[in-house]
Design a protein around this ligand. Structure first.
Ligand code: 5GP
Length: 219
Protein backbone atom coordinates (compact mmCIF):
# COMPACT_ATOMS: atom_id res chain seq x y z
CA UNK A 1 0.00 0.00 0.00
CA UNK A 2 1.03 3.58 -0.38
CA UNK A 3 4.04 4.70 -2.28
CA UNK A 4 6.98 4.60 0.08
CA UNK A 5 6.12 7.92 1.75
CA UNK A 6 5.37 8.56 5.40
CA UNK A 7 3.06 6.23 7.27
CA UNK A 8 -0.39 7.43 8.26
CA UNK A 9 -1.47 8.00 11.83
CA UNK A 10 -4.91 6.65 12.75
CA UNK A 11 -6.37 7.82 16.04
CA UNK A 12 -9.17 5.53 17.15
CA UNK A 13 -11.21 6.75 20.11
CA UNK A 14 -14.26 5.45 21.87
CA UNK A 15 -15.62 5.27 25.36
CA UNK A 16 -14.09 2.45 27.39
CA UNK A 17 -15.74 -0.85 26.42
CA UNK A 18 -16.54 0.42 22.92
CA UNK A 19 -14.67 -2.55 21.46
CA UNK A 20 -12.02 -0.58 19.64
CA UNK A 21 -9.03 -2.69 20.64
CA UNK A 22 -10.40 -5.81 18.88
CA UNK A 23 -11.56 -3.67 15.97
CA UNK A 24 -8.06 -2.23 15.50
CA UNK A 25 -6.41 -5.65 15.82
CA UNK A 26 -8.63 -7.26 13.17
CA UNK A 27 -8.27 -4.28 10.82
CA UNK A 28 -4.48 -4.41 11.15
CA UNK A 29 -4.54 -8.12 10.29
CA UNK A 30 -6.39 -7.32 7.07
CA UNK A 31 -4.05 -4.48 6.19
CA UNK A 32 -1.04 -6.74 6.73
CA UNK A 33 -2.62 -9.48 4.62
CA UNK A 34 -2.57 -7.11 1.65
CA UNK A 35 1.00 -5.96 2.27
CA UNK A 36 0.37 -2.96 4.53
CA UNK A 37 2.89 -2.16 7.24
CA UNK A 38 1.29 -1.08 10.50
CA UNK A 39 1.96 -0.84 14.21
CA UNK A 40 -0.30 -0.73 17.25
CA UNK A 41 1.03 1.91 19.62
CA UNK A 42 1.41 0.44 23.12
CA UNK A 43 0.56 3.12 25.66
CA UNK A 44 2.01 3.77 29.09
CA UNK A 45 -0.42 3.72 32.00
CA UNK A 46 -0.46 3.93 35.78
CA UNK A 47 -3.55 1.68 35.85
CA UNK A 48 -2.85 -1.76 37.36
CA UNK A 49 -2.98 -4.64 34.85
CA UNK A 50 -6.30 -6.48 34.48
CA UNK A 51 -6.26 -10.27 34.56
CA UNK A 52 -4.73 -11.52 31.33
CA UNK A 53 -3.06 -8.24 30.38
CA UNK A 54 0.62 -8.47 29.53
CA UNK A 55 3.18 -5.74 30.20
CA UNK A 56 4.67 -4.48 26.94
CA UNK A 57 1.86 -5.99 24.82
CA UNK A 58 -1.32 -4.39 26.17
CA UNK A 59 0.32 -1.49 27.97
CA UNK A 60 3.60 -0.47 29.51
CA UNK A 61 2.49 -0.53 33.14
CA UNK A 62 4.44 2.08 35.10
CA UNK A 63 4.31 3.82 38.47
CA UNK A 64 2.95 7.36 38.78
CA UNK A 65 6.53 8.55 39.53
CA UNK A 66 7.88 7.02 36.32
CA UNK A 67 4.95 8.43 34.33
CA UNK A 68 5.56 11.91 35.74
CA UNK A 69 9.26 11.66 34.97
CA UNK A 70 8.38 10.88 31.34
CA UNK A 71 5.97 13.84 31.21
CA UNK A 72 8.68 16.21 32.43
CA UNK A 73 11.25 14.74 30.05
CA UNK A 74 8.86 15.47 27.13
CA UNK A 75 8.67 11.79 26.18
CA UNK A 76 4.92 11.79 25.48
CA UNK A 77 3.21 12.80 22.26
CA UNK A 78 0.06 13.10 24.36
CA UNK A 79 -1.15 12.06 27.77
CA UNK A 80 -4.34 12.36 29.80
CA UNK A 81 -5.97 11.37 33.05
CA UNK A 82 -8.87 8.98 32.66
CA UNK A 83 -10.95 7.50 35.49
CA UNK A 84 -8.22 8.33 38.01
CA UNK A 85 -5.31 6.83 36.04
CA UNK A 86 -2.76 8.36 33.70
CA UNK A 87 -2.42 7.18 30.11
CA UNK A 88 0.08 8.36 27.51
CA UNK A 89 1.49 7.69 24.05
CA UNK A 90 5.28 7.87 23.98
CA UNK A 91 6.87 9.59 21.01
CA UNK A 92 9.06 6.51 20.60
CA UNK A 93 6.01 4.39 19.67
CA UNK A 94 5.03 6.74 16.87
CA UNK A 95 7.52 9.11 15.29
CA UNK A 96 10.23 6.82 13.90
CA UNK A 97 7.61 4.46 12.49
CA UNK A 98 5.71 7.15 10.60
CA UNK A 99 9.06 8.31 9.23
CA UNK A 100 9.78 4.74 8.08
CA UNK A 101 6.47 4.55 6.19
CA UNK A 102 4.66 2.43 8.77
CA UNK A 103 1.04 3.25 9.69
CA UNK A 104 0.48 3.70 13.41
CA UNK A 105 -2.79 3.08 15.25
CA UNK A 106 -3.51 4.86 18.52
CA UNK A 107 -6.22 3.50 20.81
CA UNK A 108 -6.73 6.55 23.00
CA UNK A 109 -9.48 8.55 24.68
CA UNK A 110 -10.77 11.87 23.39
CA UNK A 111 -8.57 14.34 25.34
CA UNK A 112 -5.46 12.63 23.98
CA UNK A 113 -6.96 12.53 20.48
CA UNK A 114 -7.37 16.32 20.55
CA UNK A 115 -3.73 16.78 21.64
CA UNK A 116 -2.40 14.58 18.82
CA UNK A 117 -4.49 16.34 16.19
CA UNK A 118 -2.99 19.64 17.41
CA UNK A 119 0.54 18.30 16.87
CA UNK A 120 -0.03 16.11 13.81
CA UNK A 121 -2.91 17.76 11.91
CA UNK A 122 -2.92 15.17 9.12
CA UNK A 123 -3.76 12.39 11.61
CA UNK A 124 -7.02 10.59 10.77
CA UNK A 125 -9.46 10.64 13.68
CA UNK A 126 -11.99 7.84 13.93
CA UNK A 127 -14.64 7.66 16.66
CA UNK A 128 -16.09 4.26 17.52
CA UNK A 129 -19.63 4.80 18.78
CA UNK A 130 -21.45 2.23 20.88
CA UNK A 131 -24.84 1.25 19.37
CA UNK A 132 -26.66 2.26 22.56
CA UNK A 133 -26.28 2.97 26.28
CA UNK A 134 -27.63 -0.46 27.17
CA UNK A 135 -25.19 -2.21 24.88
CA UNK A 136 -22.17 -0.33 26.24
CA UNK A 137 -23.26 -1.14 29.80
CA UNK A 138 -23.71 -4.79 28.87
CA UNK A 139 -20.23 -4.95 27.32
CA UNK A 140 -18.59 -3.33 30.32
CA UNK A 141 -20.35 -5.71 32.71
CA UNK A 142 -19.65 -8.76 30.58
CA UNK A 143 -15.96 -7.95 30.54
CA UNK A 144 -15.97 -8.61 34.32
CA UNK A 145 -12.75 -6.69 34.65
CA UNK A 146 -13.95 -3.68 36.60
CA UNK A 147 -15.91 -3.34 39.85
CA UNK A 148 -19.46 -1.86 39.58
CA UNK A 149 -18.29 1.55 40.80
CA UNK A 150 -15.65 1.75 38.04
CA UNK A 151 -18.28 0.75 35.45
CA UNK A 152 -20.61 3.51 36.64
CA UNK A 153 -17.77 6.04 36.35
CA UNK A 154 -16.93 4.84 32.85
CA UNK A 155 -20.58 5.14 31.71
CA UNK A 156 -20.84 8.63 33.13
CA UNK A 157 -17.66 9.63 31.37
CA UNK A 158 -18.81 7.94 28.14
CA UNK A 159 -21.80 10.25 27.93
CA UNK A 160 -19.44 13.25 27.92
CA UNK A 161 -17.04 11.66 25.45
CA UNK A 162 -19.82 10.98 22.92
CA UNK A 163 -20.46 14.73 22.72
CA UNK A 164 -17.12 15.51 21.04
CA UNK A 165 -17.65 13.30 17.98
CA UNK A 166 -17.89 16.47 15.85
CA UNK A 167 -14.09 16.87 16.19
CA UNK A 168 -13.55 13.55 14.40
CA UNK A 169 -13.26 12.72 10.68
CA UNK A 170 -15.21 9.43 10.78
CA UNK A 171 -17.65 7.64 13.08
CA UNK A 172 -18.14 3.88 13.18
CA UNK A 173 -21.12 2.47 15.04
CA UNK A 174 -19.78 -0.73 16.52
CA UNK A 175 -22.87 -2.89 16.34
CA UNK A 176 -21.55 -5.90 14.45
CA UNK A 177 -17.81 -6.38 14.70
CA UNK A 178 -17.32 -7.74 11.15
CA UNK A 179 -19.09 -4.73 9.66
CA UNK A 180 -17.12 -2.33 11.84
CA UNK A 181 -13.88 -3.95 10.62
CA UNK A 182 -15.05 -3.49 7.01
CA UNK A 183 -15.60 0.20 7.66
CA UNK A 184 -12.29 0.86 9.46
CA UNK A 185 -10.43 -1.12 6.79
CA UNK A 186 -12.23 0.92 4.11
CA UNK A 187 -11.27 4.18 5.81
CA UNK A 188 -7.62 3.10 5.93
CA UNK A 189 -7.63 2.18 2.23
CA UNK A 190 -9.33 5.43 1.24
CA UNK A 191 -6.89 7.51 3.27
CA UNK A 192 -4.02 5.80 1.44
CA UNK A 193 -5.50 6.96 -1.84
CA UNK A 194 -5.69 10.65 -1.07
CA UNK A 195 -3.89 12.45 -3.87
CA UNK A 196 -1.73 14.29 -1.35
CA UNK A 197 -0.69 10.97 0.20
CA UNK A 198 0.28 9.20 -3.03
CA UNK A 199 1.75 12.17 -4.87
CA UNK A 200 5.19 10.58 -5.25
CA UNK A 201 3.69 7.39 -6.75
CA UNK A 202 1.57 9.44 -9.15
CA UNK A 203 4.60 11.54 -10.10
CA UNK A 204 6.57 8.37 -10.85
CA UNK A 205 3.79 7.09 -13.13
CA UNK A 206 3.65 10.43 -14.95
CA UNK A 207 7.40 10.27 -15.39
CA UNK A 208 7.07 6.96 -17.28
CA UNK A 209 4.70 8.75 -19.65
CA UNK A 210 7.16 11.57 -20.21
CA UNK A 211 10.06 9.21 -20.91
CA UNK A 212 8.15 6.70 -23.04
CA UNK A 213 6.26 9.32 -25.04
CA UNK A 214 9.54 10.98 -25.98
CA UNK A 215 10.88 7.62 -27.14
CA UNK A 216 7.73 6.87 -29.15
CA UNK A 217 7.66 10.30 -30.78
CA UNK A 218 11.27 9.83 -31.96
CA UNK A 219 10.30 6.71 -33.93
P1 5GP B 1 -8.64 1.04 29.71
O1 5GP B 1 -8.30 1.34 31.14
O2 5GP B 1 -10.07 0.57 29.54
O3 5GP B 1 -7.63 0.15 29.04
O4 5GP B 1 -8.54 2.42 28.91
C1 5GP B 1 -9.29 3.51 29.32
C2 5GP B 1 -9.26 4.57 28.23
O5 5GP B 1 -7.95 5.09 28.07
C3 5GP B 1 -9.66 4.01 26.85
O6 5GP B 1 -10.57 4.91 26.24
C4 5GP B 1 -8.35 3.98 26.10
O7 5GP B 1 -8.53 4.16 24.72
C5 5GP B 1 -7.64 5.16 26.71
N1 5GP B 1 -6.20 5.12 26.50
C6 5GP B 1 -5.39 4.04 26.37
N2 5GP B 1 -4.14 4.42 26.13
C7 5GP B 1 -4.13 5.77 26.08
C8 5GP B 1 -3.12 6.75 25.83
O8 5GP B 1 -1.95 6.47 25.60
N3 5GP B 1 -3.51 8.05 25.87
C9 5GP B 1 -4.79 8.43 26.11
N4 5GP B 1 -5.04 9.72 26.08
N5 5GP B 1 -5.76 7.53 26.33
C10 5GP B 1 -5.45 6.21 26.32
Amino acid sequence: MGGGGRGLLFIVSSPSGGGKTTLIRLTMERLRARGGRCHFSVSHTTRPPRPGEVDGRDYHFVSREEFERMVHAGEFLEWAEYAGNLYGTSRREVEGRLEAGIDVFLDIEVQGAAQVKGKIPEAVKVFVYPPSYEELKRRLEQRRQDPPEAIRRRLLWAERELQVVGDFDYAIINDRLDEAVDVLFGICLAEHHRVAVITSTLDAIRETFRVSLEEDLKR
